[in-house]
Design a protein around this ligand. Structure first.
Ligand code: CA
Length: 227
């Protein structure tokens, strides 16, 4: 397991690198946002620890740009105590979790474990982060979907919804939960929006959209992706 640590505090870099290595992780560090972004696009990591206040490019911008590049590596943001933490902004930009400094290393390790467990690459058992179901293959890294070897056009929201369902497959999600998780906290759309996007995904991906095998309705509860 390889971790990218983007952090400008020398002391913290040393402490965390030592500790993570002793836990068996491979650690690469970058001292500013630009270097961090470049490292994350040049090499494959299993997880990125990303400080918010960084020289050259802040953590929010790094996170947003990585997601725009289709890089789905889990991001755990590190914020200093007293910094205005905009959790909503960070989550909208694609961060997976937050930890406020100073933190206990045990707490950090627990968060890392949790993120690695639900990472798509890990869940699929492939380093390529490609998930297949039926005749469909989803490439999380490139944010592309193919059915029977031809490309399927998905909107950004359809892709996000599909990705969320796949990453959390087997779990039933209410429409409100999907709105929060996929559309974001300040999203205005109604739960009807969720139904519409689900219908579109089925139309594009399911063999028989009227009798979906993968994107399932759980009556009275919501939706789930079949395990
Ligand atoms: Ca910093």
């Amino acid at each position: 397991m390889k971790i990218l640590l983007v952090e400008d505090e020398e002391g913290l870099i040393l402490t965390l690198t030592d500790r993570l290595r002793s836990e068996g992780f491979e650690v690469v560090s970058a001292k500013d946002g630009t270097a961090g972004f470049e490292a994350a696009t040049a090499q494959k990591f299993d997880l990125i620890l990303l400080d918010v206040m960084l020289p050259k490019k802040n953590g929010y911008d790094v996170c947003r740009d990585l997601r725009q590049q289709g890089i789905v590596t889990p991001v755990l943001m590190l914020t200093a105590k007293g910094e205005t933490i905009d959790k909503v902004l960070g989550l909208k930009l694609g961060a997976d979790d937050y930890l406020t400094k100073p933190f206990e290393v045990m707490e950090l390790l627990a968060r890392i474990e949790a993120l690695l467990r639900r990472s798509p690459a890990k869940a699929n058992g492939h380093s390529t982060a490609v998930f297949t179901f039926g005749e469909v293959s989803v490439d999380f890294k490139r944010a592309t979907v193919a059915k029977e070897d031809s490309a399927v056009e998905l909107s950004a929201m359809e892709f996000k919804l599909l990705q969320y369902l796949i990453e959390n497959r087997g779990i039933v999600h209410s429409r409100d939960h999907l709105l929060d998780q996929v559309w974001g906290y300040d999203a205005m759309p109604s739960t009807r929006t969720v139904d519409v996007h689900i219908a579109w995904l089925r139309q594009k991906l399911e063999e028989n959209p009227k009798r979906p095998q993968f994107i399932r309705t759980v009556h009275g509860m919501g939706y789930k992706f079949a395990e």
